[in-house]
Design a protein. Sequence first.
Length: 216
Amino acid sequence: MTTPIRLLVADDHPVVRAGLRAVLESEPDLVVVAEAATAEEAVTRAAEGDVDVVLMDLQFGTGMNGTEATAAITAQPDAPRVLVVTIYDTDADTLPTIEAGATGYLLKDSPPDVLAAAVRTAAAGRTALAPAVADRLMHRLRAPGTSLTRRETEVLVLVAEGLPNRAIADRLHLTEGTVKSHLARAYAKLDVDSRTAAVATATSLGFIRPTTQGRP
């Protein structure tokens, strides 16, 4: 008999956790051994050594977020794989999380069979990406000059929040001149000449998250 893949579901919404558990445990080779309502709980629970894959949300309200938790989990010896399951698919979400060590990145509207397959893929140490995420990463590789860097994306996210350059510099531990340089390069790539246009264009291209979008 095949040993089941042991899962930890980390999400701050009980209904979401229950839904994921129901879908996953309908598969004979998958078993949910634990749940976590906060990113901190997920990091602590993942360190116990009996989890193969962590299904990680990105937003937990207050405290540590999913990207930070992913980095903390994957830095542990013999760490479980982390499969991000979220509603967010912008560069501002996907790139930092993949850089933090996530093995896979899936969207919450994925069909149950796709979710189960992604879990098995992640457990085997192979990359599992939602099609939209994979397409965007391939675009970045093929045309790097037309894509924003991680730092340019971070700057535009804060511009979208309404922060002036000085506050952005303080938040990112940069000089104000460096922030202006990142903005200038982002303007050139996006073919815009204002902060408002940069945010609108970056949002429409999927580089940053719409500012009015909720955070379930």
